[in-house]
Design a protein around this ligand. Sequence first.
Ligand code: PGA
Length: 247
Amino acid sequence: MTSTTRSPLIIGNWKMNASLGGSMVLLQALAHYKSSKACELAVCVPFPYLAQTQEVLAGSLVSWGAQDVSDQPQGAYTGEVSAAMLQDFACKWVLVGHSERRQRHAESDQLVADKAVRALACGITPVFCVGESDAEHEAGEAHDVVLRQLRPLLDLGADVVKQVVVAYEPVWAIGTGKSATPEQAQAVHAFIRECLKQSGAAEVRVLYGGSVNAANAKSLFAMPDIDGALVGGAALKAEEFLAIAAI
Ligand code: PGA
C-alpha cells in the first residue's frame, strides 16, 4: 500500500454465514470502529440482513454492501436481487464474480461485467472478483485467467473501469488457511495493475483475498500493488476484522 491516491480498503465478505442475532452482535461491534488512519472498512452481508446492517451502521465509519446483484434491472427473475433494491438499502458496494458464484452458478466473464455495469448505474461500486483455480495455478496460468476474466470489464473503457474496485482472490487460497505469499500475490497484482494501466485506469484499487487474517495482513499490505483485502472467515470475528483494519 504505497500509493497516495489509492486509499486502503478492507471489505468483509460474510458469505452465507451468521444469523439475525449473530449479525446484530457483529454489526454493533463494528459500529464503534474508529479509523486511526485513512483505512476504509466495509462489510458485504447476506441480502436478508441489509436492513439491519443499514440500521446499525448508518452514521458509523463502516459502509456496507451485498454479495451479488442481478444483471437485469427488474422483472421476471425469480430469486434475483436488483441493483435498485440494493440502492434502497444504501449499499455502497456489491461483490460481482466471486469465485463461489462463478463455480456454483456458472457465471460467465461477460455476465460478471454486465452485473458491474448494472451496479454502477445505481451508484453502487462493484468489487470485481477474479482469480485462478488450483489447477490453473499449478499450470502457471494465473495471468491468462485473470486477464480473461477482466477482459469484458476492460472493454468497457477507462471511464467505467475507473469506477470499480478489483479483488484478486486465488481460488486455492480461499477458505483454505493457505494464503498466497505476499510475493505471489504482488506478482499477480502488478500484472493486474499493468492491465488496468493500459486501459487508462491505473489508480483502481486492487484488493487481495484468500485466507487473510490479522497475522498475515501486514506483510500482504506491505506490497506496493496490494491496496487492501477482501476478508472472508476472519470478517466473522469483530476483533480480528478490526485488527486487520488497524494494520
Ligand atoms: P477467506 O475468504 O478469507 O475465508 O479465504 C475470502 C473470500 O472468499 O472473499
